[in-house]
Design a protein around this ligand. Structure first.
Ligand SMILES: *Cc1c(COP(=O)(O)O)cnc(C)c1O
Length: 458
């Protein structure tokens, strides 16, 4: 009876609408959206009353709730997060953060028109690829290059152009699954090529490749095992031998490098070969991602010998997987970091992977101090941490770094983690031994006070 009475006193939508029509904070929202949010707020109040919350039905509290719903509508679902996981190439968190130069290139063209496919000298139609082919060739030593939407598309395009309706030889040790349903055998099938598996999981010999070559062979495909390692009793032919074998039979060697670093890179005890070195072995076509170790935005780069790249340019598929202008701008800006800048410092991914331990320790000390100064019931400690590189790169690397553990005297650790995650700017952390861990490797300078403020506001 009591509850039914409370339902009756819930304000009518028309009355609520007339009240908010005078509220400068929200009156500018479209009438329809206001109505939807007020209805939702009233429905939520009903539920709360049913569960015994006697104060849920007041006009004030309903309008407050509607304002929160409106703000959620106005805010973005895709938004910045603070990455306190220590995983540099976190695919779920958008992989590589962009460098300053890359950001400038993106903001420089996003507002207006651009030279995307316009040649200024002639006033004629130009090529969107022209903006990056020269830097790619300069940085990799390739004769020619092409860029597409991502590396998965690059592999698909290369195989479609060079092997449709024919056979491609792949070692059994390299039949990679990347995640998100990219599996080498499936991509091969999609391209119209037929997979010919050779060797075993741990050992593949040159003779295995040689015996598999027949009249219908189109190419040898190598796939960089970018997210796993096979160690122990293993062998693969040397790159130069494989290239020589392929060329003896007039076949190309294609390599999907995945992570594709432009500079030789050693991090966390693992070395990743540079694209240039792979081409020097005699490989004909390489593909790699723009947003892994290279450190730009999403893109797939194809670098190699001109006649093969020419074949790819003629594929109708190229139009379907073409790169967007914003990604292209990020890529061009990042190449500038490599050509005229100091990539180790300017490209965030490289700076984070190579961050010196003392720098990380100082950062952790500063974060701890900010949290201690809150005087808000948090227990905190600076600890040494190991983290992976992430994102299908350097699978065996163990990056030694520092972090800060946090617990609160009145808050369960899961609750703490979940509240940090559900902020407008989410803070993504890990839990270990019942403590929330902030790994400082991927934190920017401005993130430290943000984290302290977020903890203070809990
Ligand atoms: C990551 C990866 C891909 C997919 O690259 P995307 O740019 O994410 O499409 C393909 N092959 C290998 C070996 C990879 O590591």
């Amino acid at each position: 009876m009591e509850v039914t009475n409370k339902f009756r006193t819930l304000p009518a939508i028309d009355k609520l609408l007339s009240i908010v029509a005078a509220d400068p904070e929200i009156r500018h929202y479209p009438h329809e959206l206001l109505t939807v949010c007020l209805r939702q707020a009233v429905a939520d109040a009903r539920t709360r009353i049913k569960h015994g919350d006697g104060n849920a039905g007041s006009t004030d509290s309903i309008i407050r709730a509607a304002k929160i719903l409106l703000r959620e509508q106005a805010g973005s679902s895709l938004r910045r997060v603070i990455n306190a996981t220590g995983v540099v190439l976190h695919t779920n968190l958008g992989r590589a953060p962009l460098s300053k130069r890359a950001q400038e290139c993106v903001t420089g063209i996003m507002e207006g028109y651009s030279t995307l496919e316009y040649a200024v000298e002639s006033g004629q139609r130009g090529s969107r690829y022209a903006h990056v082919v020269e830097p790619i060739c300069h940085l990799t030593g390739a004769e020619d290059a092409l860029v597409v939407n991502n590396n998965a598309a690059a592999v698909l395009l290369v195989l479609s152009a060079l092997a449709r309706g024919r056979e491609v030889i792949v070692s059994r040790g390299e039949l990679v699954e990347i995640g998100g349903s990219f599996r080498v055998p499936d991509v091969l099938r999609q391209s119209g090529a037929t997979l010919v598996e050779v060797g075993t999981t741990n050992k593949t010999h040159l003779a295995d490749y040689e015996q598999a070559i027949g009249p219908n062979t189109a190419a040898i495909l190598k796939v960089h095992t970018s997210n796993y390692c096979i160690i122990g009793f293993t062998s693969q032919p040397e790159g130069t031998e494989l290239a020589a074998l392929a060329h003896k039979h007039n076949l190309p060697v294609i390599e999907d490098l995945g992570s594709g670093t432009l500079l030789p890179l050693t991090a966390g005890g693992q070395t990743e070969p540079a694209v240039k070195e792979r081409l020097q072995l005699g490989f004909d076509v390489l593909t790699f991602s723009g947003d892994k170790l290279l450190g730009a935005g999403q893109a797939g780069i194809i670098a190699g010998k001109r006649p093969y790249i020419e074949l790819m340019k003629k594929q109708p598929l190229l139009r379907a997987v073409r790169i967007d202008k914003l990604s292209l701008a990020a890529l061009e800006g990042t190449f500038k970091d490599y050509i005229i800048g100091s990539p180790g410092q300017d490209v965030p991914v490289l700076a984070m992977l190579n961050a010196d331990k003392p720098v990380l320790e100082q950062r952790a000390d500063r974060l701890k101090e900010l949290i201690v100064n809150l005087n808000a019931g948090f227990a905190t400690e600076v600890v040494q941490l190991n983290s992976p590189a992430g994102g299908g790169a350097l699978p065996a690397a163990v990056l030694n770094g520092y972090g800060v553990t946090v617990t609160h005297k009145n808050l369960r650790t899961e609750e703490l983690e979940s509240r940090l995650r559900q902020r407008t700017i989410p803070i993504v952390t890990r839990i270990r031994e019942d403590k929330v861990i902030f790994d400082v490797r991927c934190l920017l300078e401005r993130d430290l006070p943000d984290i302290a403020n977020a903890l203070g506001a809990l």
